[in-house]
Write a protein that binds this ligand. Structure first.
Ligand code: IPM
Ligand code: MG
Length: 354
């Protein structure tokens, strides 16, 4: 097959890990006779420095025209001034909204070899296999009004949490569809004891559930969900939740896997186009040292192959190669080892070659 893939390396360790992801895609193209055309564009802090915007129209249009986008990370201390007019994160948020990437899939699975890298007891990690489905283009991240103003000598700031039934329905529906191919259980996380948006969320989730009699729906409040993720993570299968709750819970859940550097993500639209990125962020403290863990990006490449290109067998080849590289003892610094980014990438590609 032929596919156009946009690479957005971004900031911090982004360029280092995206380079490894690209080489994995090139290896897949070579062995399967596929043609992947790559174009690279700026996003985030580096785009602010060079183009005065965190996401230029040109980059946005390139992404819109692509089959898939692979992103590294955005942000860093250089652009962190809270009074700055443009922030790197705005690039990512605009991209999500403009491309209609309403569903953010974040799987959390524990490689047996890494159980000892996790701060959570091994017996609690047995059989952990969760898939978060985070709503990504609504909620408090995008609601209007958002402003800061001074009224009667008092400065106040406003963010708005807003959801429509349609927004809730399409993401909950996707969660149920994904659960049908898994352990057939959906946990919908909300704060329905306090928030009106959550009560709407819960009502819509119950309606959607009637179309999926083979899937069980349970509702859980977000505060108790944080405890359950630590105490009994294996009891959950697909977890669907709003933008902000999903942001927080997925960072918590990724700790179970031993390192933030392991976790991939896919942001999906209603069509085939998707954005794929590791969830770890730009990690400025280790940038340019060649020691970042490329596995989050390489596992994101597997999701790209599966979800945007329909190459399921190739996705499995990548995932199994990662597992075998870990079995062979390869570890980057975040996992207590000394393999460099490129050594880990090379080992995974060797395993792919069989
Ligand atoms: C994430 C990140 C982003 C978010 C930031 C960088 C805007 O934390 O993808 O989880 O909050 O969504
Ligand atoms: Mg986050």
């Amino acid at each position: 097959m032929q596919a156009n893939i946009v690479l957005l390396p971004g900031d911090g360790i982004g360029p280092e890990v995206v380079a490894e992801g690209r080489q994995v895609l090139e290896a897949i193209a070579k062995s399967g006779g596929h043609t992947f055309n790559f174009t690279e564009h700026l996003i985030g802090g580096i785009a602010i420095d060079e183009q005065d915007t965190a996401l230029s129209d040109e980059t946005l249009e390139a992404c819109r025209a692509a089959d898939a986008v692979l992103l590294g990370a955005v942000g860093g201390p250089k652009w962190d001034d809270p009074s700055a007019a443009v922030r790197p994160e705005q690039g990512l948020l605009r991209l999500r909204q403009e491309l209609g990437l309403y569903a953010n899939l974040r799987p959390v699975k524990i490689f047996p070899e890494l159980v000892d890298s996790s701060p959570i007891r091994a017996d609690r990690l047995k059989d952990v296999d969760m898939l978060f489905v985070r709503e990504l283009t609504g909620g408090i991240y995008f609601g209007q009004p958002r402003l800061r103003e001074t009224v009667d000598g008092k400065t106040r700031a406003v963010d708005t949490m807003v959801y429509t039934d349609d927004e809730v329905r399409r993401v909950v529906r996707l969660a149920f569809q994904l659960a049908q191919k898994r352990r057939k259980k959906v946990t919908s996380v909300d704060k329905a004891n306090v928030l009106e948006t959550s009560r709407l969320w819960r009502t819509v989730a119950a309606e959607v559930a009637t179309d999926f009699p083979d899937v069980t729906l349970e509702n859980q409040l977000v505060d108790s969900a944080t405890m359950r993720l630590i105490q009994n993570p294996a009891s959950m299968d697909v977890i669907v939740t709003s933008n902000m709750f999903g942001d927080i819970l997925t960072d918590e859940a990724s700790v179970l896997a031993g390192s933030l550097g392991m976790s991939p993500s896919a942001s999906l639209s209603e069509g085939k186009l998707g954005l794929y990125e590791p969830i770890h962020g730009s990690a400025p403290d280790i940038a340019s040292k060649g020691i970042a863990n490329p596995i989050g990006t390489i596992m994101s490449v597997a999701m790209l192959l599966r979800n945007s290109l329909g190459l399921e067998a190739e996705a499995k080849v990548v995932e199994q190669a990662v597992a075998r590289a870990l079995e062979s003892g390869a570890r980057t610094a975040d996992l207590g080892g000394s393999h460099s980014t490129s050594e880990m990438g090379d080992l995974i590609r060797q395993e792919m070659a069989g």
